[in-house]
Design a protein around this ligand. Structure first.
Ligand code: FES
Length: 121
């Protein structure tokens, strides 16, 4: 079962939707479940000043995306690159083992978005 923190994050997701002035976008998918997660970042002078997400994913994917976007806002791009899915899970106070892969999507999409920014700059 999902814990209270995950359910709250799922019911009240933050930073949902496309960030209109994003200058970096990362997409990650899981072939097994078919879910897709897209992260939008607005980066100024290597600092993430805003972040949002769109997903075709499950409860755990939405909760992970919501909390991960909150975790990276204010970080520099290298700190964001080092964000581990285990930190996302920790912030969500745990996740059922069979759902851990959903948090991996958030980590991967953030990494891809930062790489997108690095490639453009
Ligand atoms: Fe696919 Fe959660 S089951 S992201």
């Amino acid at each position: 079962m999902y814990n209270e923190k995950i359910l709250n994050e799922f019911k009240n997701p933050q930073n949902m939707g496309e960030l209109k002035d994003a200058n970096a976008i990362g997409t990650a998918g899981n072939a097994k479940c078919g879910d897709i997660l897209q992260i939008f970042l607005k980066i100024e002078d290597d600092i993430i000043v805003d972040a949002s997400f769109k997903t075709f994913g499950c409860v755990a994917a939405i909760a992970s995306s919501s909390i991960a976007t909150k975790m990276v806002i204010g970080k520099n791009i290298d700190e964001a690159l080092n964000l581990k899915n285990s930190e996302v899970v920790e912030e969500l106070e745990g996740m059922p083992p069979q759902k851990i892969h959903c948090s991996v999507l958030a980590e991967e999409a953030i990494k891809k978005a930062v790489e997108d920014y690095k490639n453009k700059n």
